[in-house]
Design a protein around this ligand. Structure first.
Ligand code: AMP
Length: 173
């Protein structure tokens, strides 16, 4: 399955100089979407985690599909101020700005093994912040799953110690 061919490059979005990797074109191909989820399911099936954490917003699409396919709880990691109950938050710097992410304090129990899902690994700041939230609640990040990795942005360095799996690499910044 040539996933790379199904991911649209949008130059200069959301600002000048960013090569935006648009996974909505992959989602238009049901066989490709299913391929990703079934592949991740196979990776996890021998030692399933306790829950899947999906990162707002595109991480929800892949994370929720994976949780549903595996019969696992799904936990949303959301932008600041979106979750209604008690939360903890972490700030991070993004490839294009500063942001913060929150999780419900009762969504992850101490000792749980957690898989974090997002669409794309760029600088790693987003998922590093989500991993800190998981760890603050006593969880262990068993794996971080991404559809796309941009290796020149060195996200793996920021996620040192966390196992990572990505489907497609683009050598762009
Ligand atoms: P980072 O924290 O730098 O790893 O950025 C990852 C987050 O920002 C993910 O949620 C991505 O959806 C989004 N993102 C960052 N850079 C890009 C890009 N070039 N194309 C598409 N999404 C991106």
């Amino acid at each position: 399955m040539d996933l790379a061919a199904l991911i649209r490059n949008v130059p200069d979005f959301p600002k000048q100089g960013i090569q935006f990797k648009d996974i909505t074109t992959l989602l238009l191909e049901p066989a490709a979407f299913r391929y990703v989820i079934e592949k991740w399911q196979k990776i996890l099936e021998d030692n399933p985690p306790d829950c899947i954490v999906g990162v707002e917003a595109r991480g929800f699409i892949f994370g929720a599909a994976l949780a549903h396919a595996m019969g696992l709880p799904f936990v949303p990691a959301r932008k600041k101020g979106k979750l209604p109950a008690a939360t903890i938050g972490e700030e991070f710097s993004l490839e294009y700005g500063v942001d913060s992410v929150e999780i419900h304090v009762d969504a992850i129990k101490s000792g749980q093994r957690v898989v974090i899902v997002d669409d794309l690994l760029a600088t790693g700041g987003t998922v590093a912040a989500v991993a800190r939230l998981v760890q603050r609640l006593g969880g262990e990040v068993a794996l971080a799953l991404f559809v796309v990795e941009l290796p020149p942005l060195k996200g793996r360095e920021k996620l040192a110690g966390i196992p990572i799996h990505c489907e497609v690499e683009f050598m762009v910044e």
